[in-house]
Design a protein around this ligand. Structure first.
Ligand SMILES: [Zn+2]
Length: 75
């Protein structure tokens, strides 16, 4: 994938967490989607961590997350 900001090549990897990864409009006291439009990027599996595919541009220091499928779905 090419970085949309600088056009350099991006490197694929995963972002992991022992907690659910969420996209929220702002931080909530309870770290879960609560408002319309908020959603889980990834949820921990029963035996592991939450993991979602992500591309990094080391020049721009930006990350693009591919949240259409969780990492476990890629195996
Ligand atoms: Zn870049």
């Amino acid at each position: 994938m090419k970085c949309p900001f600088c056009q350099n090549s991006m490197e694929v990897g995963v972002i992991t967490s022992s907690e659910p990864l969420n996209w929220l409009k702002e931080p909530h006291y309870i770290n879960q989607p609560q408002e319309e439009g908020e959603f889980n990027l990834a949820r921990p599996s029963l035996a592991g961590r939450a993991a979602v595919e992500a591309w990094v541009c080391r020049d721009c220091e930006k990350v693009i997350i591919d949240y259409k499928s969780f990492w476990k779905d890629k195996k």
